[in-house]
Design a protein around this ligand. Structure first.
Ligand SMILES: Nc1ncnc2c1ncn2[C@@H]1O[C@H](COP(=O)(O)OP(=O)(O)OP(=O)(O)O)[C@@H](O)[C@H]1O
Ligand SMILES: [Mg+2]
Length: 400
């Protein structure tokens, strides 16, 4: 299956001498020099990526980096100077004007910055707006609008007018409108940027929660890296119209592609972005219930460790065998690791929990923090070194 959305070599030049600007850009001339020599703005240059179904893909960059241009290229509101966009494998260049209108309504639709609500229409009518424009029958409009309002927690206000709602509720109506429209891909160009911080945080939480239920395909633009980290499955970092890095939030934070990205990420609270799953490593050793006490003791000695996780047949943690208890077992002639050798000298965490929630548990026990799934199976461990490495991440060395 092709990705929902694929951009290849996407480039946009604004200005009169497009071909000349493209040629210079192709030779590696930077944006400022292209502008000086041709009077053209190289808004986006040679950007490529693929968005998978159900992914929340964030495009992030400073003001003027080309984010809005890029997102408008994705449904040909802006015509590319070079490169291609494919939706479900179909090249947008092949579409007629009518096909394109249809595409923008039903397949790749733009959610506008302030969700501009219609002041004299009810909340329900606002939520149904995109469907009405599209000519969907009234009963279906109502059904989908009500579903979307219920989803954002506002069905009980369906008959109110927007000005009777708080700012945060109005934003949720806008989000309901986007959900009701139910296009394959939602393009969201800084939808939360004008909101005050608390409402903004609420909207981010709501979007994250909706994503876990609805798995929409979303291209979300922001200039706020913390927002990008909170929302994005993957993040494309743009600088002067070019891609500087594409990866998950934890990937970008722990291995920034260059000094620019490293500078950017230095303000991010890593402890909220990195999860136990990002940090987990293969345990250096584990032991099994019933294994020879002498053997486990020797392994511990060789590894200069004080304890080891003992697992049952289902890879679940039975306990920790500590060297002092093992030594006594050997002395007293108990040859198999059993309950008497086990202590609860360990702590565990689920893989999706952020570092901020477990950093205080790291390095506190005879064994590293255990990462376990819902049934208590040991997936890996988070040694103290993994945490220190992640907190001290430095940019990747440039080639050459
Ligand atoms: N229609 C246009 N004509 C000429 N230049 C344009 C046009 N649209 C954008 N630009 C230029 O292209 C560059 C990228 O602009 P764009 O709006 O894509 O950036 P952005 O990352 O969305 O910025 P912001 O965060 O301020 O919204 C800027 O230099 C801008 O001035
Ligand atoms: Mg913009």
């Amino acid at each position: 299956m092709p990705p929902v959305l694929r951009a290849t070599g996407l480039t946009k030049v604004f200005g009169p001498r497009e071909q000349e600007a493209l040629r210079l850009a192709g030779e590696g001339v930077g944006r400022d020099d292209v502008l000086r020599r041709t009077g053209c703005t190289l808004a986006v240059h040679d950007v490529g990526f693929a968005v998978e179904r159900g992914e929340l893909f964030v495009v992030m960059g400073l003001s003027g980096s080309g984010k809005s241009t890029l997102v408008r290229l994705l449904n040909r509101i802006v015509e590319p100077s070079a490169g291609t966009v494919e939706v479900d494998g179909q090249d947008l260049r092949a579409l007629s004007d009518a096909d394109l209108r249809n595409l923008r309504n039903e397949r790749v639709s733009m959610v506008f910055q302030h969700f501009a609500l219609l002041p004299h229409r009810s909340v329900r009518e606002n939520a149904a707006y995109a469907l009405k424009v599209r000519g969907v029958p009234a009963a279906e409009q109502r059904e989908r609008a009500d579903w979307a309002l219920r989803t954002v927690g506002l069905l009980d206000r369906a008959d109110a007018r927007p000005d009777q709602l708080s700012g945060g509720m109005q934003q949720r109506v806008g989000l309901a409108r986007a959900l009701a429209a139910d296009s394959d891909v939602l393009l969201m160009d800084e939808p939360f940027s004008a909101l005050d911080p608390l409402i903004r945080r609420d909207m981010q939480d709501l979007l994250v929660q909706l994503q876990t239920e609805l798995h929409k395909t979303i291209v979300f633009i922001t200039h706020d890296l913390n927002e990008a980290m909170r929302l994005g499955d993957r993040i494309l970092m743009l600088k002067d119209g070019r891609t500087v890095q594409l990866g998950t939030g934890p990937e970008i934070i722990s291995a920034p592609a260059d000094e620019y990205v490293a500078d950017f990420t230095s303000d991010v609270d890593r402890t909220r972005v990195l999860t136990a799953g990002d940090l987990l490593r293969e345990p250096r050793m584990t032991a099994r219930l019933g294994q020879s006490t002498g053997e486990v003791l020797r392994t511990l000695g060789a590894a200069e460790a004080n304890g080891v996780y003992v697992l049952d047949d289902g890879q679940r943690i039975a306990g920790v065998a500590r060297d002092d208890l093992l030594a006594r077992a050997v002395q007293e002639g108990r040859t198999a690791v059993g309950a008497r050798e086990l202590v609860a000298d360990y702590a565990t965490i689920a893989p999706d929990r952020p570092l901020v929630e477990f950093i205080h548990l790291v390095g506190k026990h005879a064994v590293p923090l255990g990462v376990v799934d819902g049934s208590g199976r040991l997936l890996g461990v988070v040694p103290r070194a993994a945490v220190l490495d992640a907190l001290a991440a430095v940019p990747a060395r440039r080639e050459g």
